[in-house]
Design a protein around this ligand. Structure first.
Ligand SMILES: [Zn+2]
Length: 429
């Protein structure tokens, strides 16, 4: 089948490309970039995309799919549907499932389950057995089965000595340790420690709990030469530490979630558990430092930390409710509305953080707009104004603090693996 994406602006900073052109895709392969003939138009299904960007398929490197174990909250399929609806063609899923992704068998199970979907799923395996922090997981086996990174997400790797081991092993195949930075001896609070936690009387979680692990991990990355990726960075100090590490050429990268660059701990005044997450929402000063970090390149990527939870579980007293919110279907809209339209970052930087850098960190190829390449792309309308409606989400869960929020910017189509998601439908192309 032949399709033409007409009058689209091809944007790929890796190729130094920002140009309005037509793109011809034949059986899932890019067969022409510009230079269409009359015959091409006649023999193709033509999609008019004037005023829209075509970028390398978006990649979210921090997603919780809940399968195996909690298929009532999300499955590989529903999570992948949510990803496609949010503009993503590839995602990486975190290992804190039941059982944890700590065996080659589970890595293969996830890959097998996702193989026919438009969205490619890359498993991140547990860094330690059962994510208990005592002994490292069978990393080579996991890597051979298809794991692209290692993490004990949900918690930090428990001790410096186990982290040292994990970094030394993961270094052999150049795969990152993705760290949830939180010192467990300081992590029993329900919200950020500050004026708001005092007013609300909720048990506090100090920002230093994150900073301590960030500096531990940076020092260990320097010592071992291994690769550390800081997941969902949330404090001003942590951003400063990563900046310091990068100046010293230490092998460290970082990601931030949309909620950590858009919301502060003051949102918790409603006691709405849809604002409860780990790490918690921080202060306005932290948010500002994060946006600066995005701007100057200290923070490499934006990732959702998509964390589906059932309504019954979220509708609990604040201190007992589980952490986490949905992210896949609001991520791009929040990033364009809050960062691009407010002129904090450019569209090029957005593509770097949502498409190029996650793949570089995980050693995966970045899609190109070139004849002969597989079509793996996202079409973005930066000016589309829409209202978030969780009842229409493709995700199985509904826990989002952004319901009814007005956003500007949305993905209008994605293409990958000879499939297109367009106007709410998957089409074979
Ligand atoms: Zn985490």
């Amino acid at each position: 089948m032949k399709i033409i994406l007409k009058d689209v602006t091809l944007l790929n900073p890796e190729q130094k490309l920002n140009e309005k052109k037509d793109l011809l895709i034949e059986d899932g392969i890019i067969s022409k970039v510009g230079g269409m003939t009359e015959e091409d138009y006649e023999k193709s299904t033509v999609y008019e995309f004037a005023g829209k960007y075509c970028v390398p398929g978006l990649f979210d490197m921090h997603v919780h799919l809940r399968e195996p174990g909690r298929e009532d909250e999300e499955t590989i399929e529903t999570g992948s549907n949510a990803a496609a609806a949010g503009g993503f063609t590839e995602i990486a899923c975190m290992p804190n499932t039941t059982p944890d992704i700590d065996s080659a068998e589970i890595v293969r199970y996830i890959k097998e389950k996702s193989k026919d979907h438009l969205v490619e799923v890359y498993p991140i395996a547990a860094a330690t057995k059962k994510r208990q922090g005592e002994a490292i997981s069978p990393m080579f086996e996991l890597y051979e089965a298809g794991a692209v990174g290692f993490s004990d997400d949900g918690v930090a790797i428990k001790t410096a000595s186990v982290l040292k081991n994990a970094l030394e092993y993961s270094k052999m195949f150049d795969v990152p340790i993705i760290e949830h930075c939180e010192d467990e001896t300081l992590a029993d609070g329900a919200m950020n420690e500050g004026i708001t936690s005092t007013i609300l009387g909720l048990p506090p979680l100090p920002s230093v709990s994150e900073d301590i692990i960030v500096i531990r991990d940076i020092l260990m990355a320097e010592y071992t030469g291994g690769k550390v990726h800081i997941a969902h960075i949330s404090t001003k100090k942590a951003v400063e530490l990563v900046r310091w590490a990068k100046e010293r050429n230490i092998n460290v990268t970082a990601e931030v979630t949309p909620h950590h660059f858009t919301l502060t701990d003051e949102s918790l005044k409603t006691y709405d558990t849809n604002f409860k997450m780990s790490p918690p929402l921080r202060s306005a000063e932290d948010v500002e430092a994060i946006i600066e970090g995005l701007k100057d390149g200290t923070i490499d990527c934006i990732a959702s930390d998509h964390a589906p939870h059932s309504i019954e579980e979220k509708e609990m007293e604040f201190i007992y409710a589980p952490n986490g919110i949905l992210g896949l279907e609001t991520e791009l809209g929040l990033a364009i509305s809050e960062l691009v339209h407010k002129k904090r970052i450019t569209m090029e930087q957005l593509v770097e953080k949502l498409s190029i850098n996650p793949r570089k960190i995980l050693n995966l190829p970045v899609p190109k707009f070139k004849t002969g390449e597989k079509a793996n792309l996202t079409i973005i309308d930066p000016d589309l104004i829409w209202t978030v409606d969780v009842s229409k989400f493709k995700s199985k869960s509904k826990n989002s603090p952004f319901d009814k929020k007005l956003l500007t910017g949305k993905a209008v189509a994605v293409i990958n693996k000879r499939k297109m998601y367009y106007e709410d439908k998957f089409i074979d192309i």
